[in-house]
Design a protein around this ligand. Structure first.
Ligand SMILES: CC(C)(COP(=O)(O)OP(=O)(O)OC[C@H]1O[C@@H](n2cnc3c(N)ncnc32)[C@H](O)[C@@H]1OP(=O)(O)O)[C@@H](O)C(=O)NCCC(=O)NCCS
Length: 151
């Protein structure tokens, strides 16, 4: 089930994020984000209420920016991220967004495959944007138009 996150979810979201994409963001950061009127947070939940995936998106004018997409390591390759993305893009389109964009590290093949399958294309890059232990990796800016029935 996908539901919208609220302030009471901040701790669980921070915990999922830290496990899925270390070090993640603090509970305080998520708390702040959950209170932003322009930010929408979509959560994939089990029947037990446990969170398995999250997607945070910012809406500004007619653009939607995906801030974070992460799925718990034990629940990957089950289509959770694809469903969250589809749900979030349809929701953003319904809110008036005409285009979606995001940044992804050039060496993140899992995310790049996921976004390519969802119709995103690379529109620009930022050289050496992400610092790894021993090197720098480019950030790719991906974008996709949102049709009337995005998803
Ligand atoms: C990227 C991530 C969100 C994918 O979540 P997921 O729920 O496993 O993704 P899905 O099951 O919906 O996968 C959809 C498609 O994406 C691609 N994909 C997903 N994981 C992949 C992997 N490890 N290697 C290659 N392709 C992958 C595949 O094309 C996959 O389709 P398939 O399973 O039919 O082959 C997850 O790996 C994650 O949380 N990574 C850490 C955080 C992160 O990098 N977030 C993105 C930041 S921009």
């Amino acid at each position: 089930m996908i539901r919208t996150g609220c302030a009471a979810d901040a701790r669980a979201i921070a915990s999922l994020h830290a496990a899925a994409d270390p070090p993640g963001w603090s509970e305080t950061s998520w708390n702040d984000l959950l209170r932003q009127p322009a930010t929408r947070i979509h959560l994939d939940c089990a029947d037990t209420g446990a969170l398995h995936g999250l997607l945070a998106l910012n809406l500004a004018a007619d653009e939607a920016e995906i801030l974070m997409l992460a799925v718990a390591p034990g629940f990957r390759r089950r289509g959770i991220a694809s469903r969250l993305l589809s749900h979030a893009l349809a929701d953003a389109s319904g809110q008036g967004a005409a285009r979606a964009f995001l940044e992804v590290a050039a060496d993140n093949n899992a995310a790049r495959n996921l976004y390519a399958r969802a119709g995103f294309i690379t529109v620009s890059s930022r050289a050496g944007y992400y610092a790894r232990d021993d090197r720098f990796v480019d950030a790719l800016v991906l974008a996709r138009d949102l049709g009337k029935h995005a998803g």
